[in-house]
Design a protein around this ligand. Sequence first.
Ligand code: BEZ
Length: 398
Amino acid sequence: MFEQMPRGSRRRFLATAAAAAGVAAVGLPRVAIAAPPRLKIGLMLPFSGTYAIHGETVADAIKLRVAELGGKLGGAEVEFVRVDDESSPPKAKDNAAKLIVKEGVDVLIGTIHSGVAEAMVQVAREEGTLTLVPNAGSNRITRALCAPNIFRTSFSNWQANQPGGPMVLDAGHRNVVLMSWNYAAGKEMMEGFRESFTAGGGTVVKEFMPDFPKDEFQPYLTEIAALKPDAVYAFYSGGGALKFIKDYAAAGLQGKIPLYGPGFLTDGVLNAAGPAAEGITTVLHYASTLDNPINKKFRADFEKTSGREVDVFAVQAYDAASLLAQGLAAVEGDIKARKALFAAMEKAEIDSPRGKFRFSRAHNPIQDFYLRRVENGEEKVLGIAAKAVEDPATGCKA
Ligand code: BEZ
């Protein structure tokens, strides 16, 4: 019996059995009261630091989806346990173990930072815990680290930046400066862009990669003003992106040297950035202004319940909860039916605010990327930059 139970259920079974034994010992009547089934979800997210805004958004969007489903997934009452991962890779294995081993969660959902996610996934693979990645784009997660129990509802860093090269080339720019943070996501995103940009005849004239999460951008912006590239392509996100956008405008570069990037640059900070964000052109698998009924409803509901602007992080998290709901519905809530559960999740079609999508064999979304520009404080959708982009899943053996 124990062999068929996932860790968390086993631990709760023991706790329930022990409690039942205690009742019998004091001589009370043996009344079998079936406790309502519970599903314990561990949220491993940054609730402090430059990505704190994304952590809160992910948690809120998951709760919104669960609330829409009556507070239950697969017939079980959902219980959340949160850990602040601080976007700290050195603490990631301990934080994942805290949720999986100590808390005995049935499902792990995390995280934002690619370096943290890679370490988290390694623990989840060893423990076999069903894990959903609602953001971190580390290529390795759906390549060499892919596994039957690991699903991602966001993107790979390669996938989110491949459409960037043609976007910048089509606008007539040939010489660009790259800017990002020197960590897994920053490096992979710049590499994804460089690949398609240089293949199309573009040249990277300089690359600035301060350490994560440093936000002293001024010296680099001064150098960019002197270099006068055709354009800048940058990946920052959260608090760092807000500071970068404001510093770029304050340095007098806005409107002079066009600013491009993956859409994480503006998502979640658009309102706070105000006029400094005008004109920034990005590619992303979502835009808050997408004209479809699911997005319109989601945007209104999310903004009402969270008090924050809707963004891609909210959508990816909302979709993670939808994926879990579909999987658990297929096995009538039996999380122990792992083979059938994973098979149902693999086959799922998610009716997302970003548009419908399905998963690759490595459990990464196959999805369209939109071309967007900030105009009058909104992400205007200029068109589809690339259709049905699929990460190559190189090295995925699962
Ligand atoms: C990452 O580290 O993978 C990441 C962080 C923020 C936005 C997008 C990607």
